[in-house]
Design a protein around this ligand. Structure first.
Ligand code: ADP
Length: 458
């Protein structure tokens, strides 16, 4: 086969939009296969189904656990949905004590289903599909394997009995294999046994080799750094497009911004916020410690000047209670504590400032989506945020505002710089236009993935 042309690619992921989504992995799993299929490659996306499927795609059994398979054409690529009621008919995608077992079996079922499919490349994502490169080697499958790290915090560690259950030889349970501090780790398995390891931004690729960001895995990653690269994610420019978005009140572009004002008024009305000329700051994301919402709440009293704040997110119970209390006492703050895709479009479009105080951020999509909608990012200088946001300067350079450290004062300072600039509407508008002119589409990054696959095959 000629490297790079018309490759047959299997993609394995625990979530993929529009079938399931809890975060950026679902966007990635939709839009990278779409970009690759537009380049002429064939992509099948293997994913668990979280609701029953009709069984036209046959059955796959792992250690007596039967999965029903169903195929569905989505966006140039085909989903191969694997359904097992006991493991996946539970309502949520993650958050169960036996997640390691649910996804261990899923990985084994996916490996079984795809091993005879004649794929050139198998692209696995995060710990949920971490055992696949090793499982495929055990089956003598010759496909090249990629393991993509979207988040190192979750490592799929468990009692090694899982290895026996899903058919991995115990001979692999040692320090150079899948063993990690006495447990079996599917994340480590992916890193050790894949032919290539990718993470989702160049800065995160460096950070995960250090104790601060490595979650204990930094030594393993350093050891395998010869096959590690960082490729920045893109966003799907069809789904995220202010000039055609079906969810927003008005449409706009960098050349015709008045629609953005209408989106802002509509958003203020929707949340009973006064229609005053104050910047609307928004946050959309999973409410975990990673995302730094606690830093934002601590920073609010330090913000100078008027603002309105809209938070859309769900996650940690304690954090959600704290946000609710803040919204109750702060008349300028609204909290919507649920997952709401459509509302996210209205918030991206109607806000002035988008805040991401993440403690770590492998890539981050929110800052790219917000820029696409002319909403200026204020972010912590880490991971993909550091690769996409540059500090605004008086000479017109930069596209947003950054802060270092983890302190509320540093975040408040960055927000205050943004709010101060907002009061100069001429300068603000030119920054908004600048954000909108950035290119975060999948074009360049899709090509880099295709080149990476090609280099493994040649
Ligand atoms: P992560 O993958 O760590 O969750 P990203 O910034 O890469 O973070 O991606 C988050 C994605 O999930 C974005 O598309 C964002 O709009 C979306 N999202 C997160 N929380 C919500 C929510 N509560 N409602 C709607 N969309 C959300």
């Amino acid at each position: 086969m000629h490297a790079g042309i018309g490759m047959k690619i299997a993609f394995v992921t625990s979530e993929v939009w529009p079938l399931s989504k809890t975060g950026g992995l679902a966007d990635y799993s939709y839009s990278l296969p779409k970009a690759l299929s537009e380049m002429g490659h064939q992509v099948d996306v293997y994913t668990p189904s979280y609701s029953p499927v009709d069984g036209e795609g046959g059955e796959v059994a792992v250690n007596g656990m039967v999965f029903t398979a169903a195929r569905e054409t989505i966006a140039g690529w085909t989903a191969v949905k694997l359904w097992n009621r006991e493991l996946f008919g539970r309502g949520k995608a993650y958050g169960y004590e036996d997640d390691f077992r649910r996804f261990g079996y899923f990985a084994a079922a996916a490996a079984e289903a795809l091993s005879g499919g004649g794929y050139d490349v198998v692209h696995c994502n995060d710990w949920q599909s971490g055992y696949i490169p090793l499982l495929l080697k055990g089956k003598g499958c010759r496909a090249k394997t990629i393991f993509a790290i979207h988040n190192l915090e979750f490592q799929g560690s468990s009692d090694p009995v899982i290895l026996d259950e899903i058919g991995i030889d115990r001979g692999n349970f040692h320090m150079e294999g899948v063993e990690f501090y006495g447990q079996a780790s599917s994340l480590k398995s992916g890193i050790v046994f894949a032919d290539s390891v990718v993470t989702v931004s160049p800065t995160y690729a460096k950070e995960i080799q250090t104790p601060e960001f490595g979650f204990g895995m930094e030594g393993v990653i350093r050891k395998h750094s010869g096959k590690l690269s960082g490729i920045l994610n893109g966003i799907d420019y069809g789904i995220w497009d202010p000039s055609t978005d079906a969810e927003t009140r008005a449409h706009f572009s960098d050349a015709a911004l008045q629609g953005k004002g209408e989106c802002k008024s509509a958003l203020q009305r929707e949340f009973s916020l006064p229609q005053v000329r104050r910047p609307v700051i928004s946050f959309i994301g999973r409410l975990w410690r990673q995302k730094g919402m606690d830093i934002l709440l601590d920073a609010l009293p330090l913000i100078k000047g008027g603002y309105q704040l809209i938070v859309l997110g769900t996650g940690d119970e304690q954090l959600m209670k704290r946000i609710e209390r803040t919204a109750l006492h702060n008349m300028s703050c609204r909290a919507i504590l649920r997952y709401d895709e459509k509302l996210s479009h209205r918030i991206y479009a109607g806000s002035d400032i988008f805040v991401m105080p993440s403690r770590f951020e492998p890539c981050g999509l929110g800052q790219m989506i917000s820029m696409r909608y002319g909403t200026v990012p204020v972010v912590r200088r880490t991971g993909g945020l550091a690769d996409t946001v540059t500090e605004y300067g008086e000479a017109g350079e930069g596209n947003g505002f950054l802060f270092d450290g983890e302190g509320p004062a540093e975040l408040a300072d960055a927000l205050n710089r943004a709010i101060a600039l907002y009061s100069d509407q001429t300068k603000w508008r030119s920054l908004v236009t600048k954000c909108m002119s950035e290119d975060w589409s999948w074009g360049a990054s899709g090509r880099r993935y295709a080149e990476l696959y090609g280099s493994l095959l040649s």
